[in-house]
Ligand binder design. Sequence first.
Ligand SMILES: [Ca+2]
Length: 445
Amino acid sequence: MDSMATRFLGILIALAAAFADVEATATEHRPPNFILIYADDLGYGDLGCYGNTEIATPNLDRMAAEGLRFTSFYSCSPVCTPSRAGLLTGRYPIRSGLTHVLFPYSKTGIEDSEITLAEALKEKGYATACVGKWHLGHLPEFLPTQHGFDQYYGIPYSNDMHVAERGDPPLPLMRGTEIIEQPADQDTLTRRYTEESIRFITENRDRPFFLYLPHTMVHVPLHVSPEFAGKSKRGLYGDAVEEVDWSVGRILTALRELGLEENTLVIFTSDNGPWLIKKEHGGVAGPLRNGKGTVFEGGVREPCVVRWPGKIKAGTVTHEAAMNVDLFPTFVALAGGTVTGDRAPDGKDISPVFFGTGKRADQEFFFYHGSELRAHRSGPWKYYRPFKETVKEKELEHPEMLFNLEADLSETTNLADKQPEIAARLAGEMTEFEKGLGAVPESKR
Ligand SMILES: [Ca+2]
């Protein structure tokens, strides 16, 4: 070889090494993918890994066995719209005015001034998709594609919101901002959401992506694909949970087949507790008091499992309390971003809890019913201001209440009189929290 050729070869080798370096760096620094699966009205006691013996949830049980299971993970609200507002903005819904459930006749929705998790991740180069129930406003300016999602496929509000006497239209299924089916064939929604999700994952396998999959199930009216009908020991409700579990399994399989498992954080939780008044068509809260629509534990404490092979230790259970508003700052931090200013999240980065390297910054949580602050958890203590609620068409007046959740998970023994200093401290913290909010927007209806 002459010296020119040797030199040329040398340059080629150097270039190849440089490219290899760049590639290694890109892989190393490629931020993780996020898949956030949000069940609707699924109770704390509805999964095998949370003690259910009638509903088979092998995929979610395996996800817990291979990852992390929370025993004390909260939604910021016991109903759909505010729960999702908190999830996607990282802030208590009182701040965005999305405090109440929206209906097909509502003219409001999420404001442009809010920063959604999808918008924050898009800033970091993520592909984003929302597949499922949105419920943050169904008019064009409020839809997912106006709020950080590249793609949207799903129903814009709850699947029971097609009451003709109220003037509701038949339930629409949308792609982007277009209605593509009306009424939506609900039997196949879970299956079609799954196919749509896997298509999105496959198409974006070579870049960071965020898939938000808020299932329509297991909100009433319950629907399942023919192959799931009559399968479970818990009637149609169990069948619907089992199809959601199947969907989780399909998505985990797709990740494995695409070689994306080790770079993808998958989290599964629910928007609020079980709708107990629906009896056999609703879920169960296990040992927790009450369910959907109340800020007792059964209304706001949710099943939550997180899986990220190689990063999250398999088979871990954490009793550290956390809340859905934490996912915004957690994902944004893992993606290498930050959100500051007046839209800074109330939630905390809980990635140290995921990785077993630390705790949540505090154990303080506030619970609203609509725009009314009703309860506050601080460490093991949960305090309730006196409030009224309607139970079985009767008005029930609750006194001031204080429970020690570590000793009394089912909230049976009111300690407000026995522990007046603790009750007073928590009551004071609620007042301080409200003062700290400053002016809040009018509630959207
Ligand atoms: Ca719900």
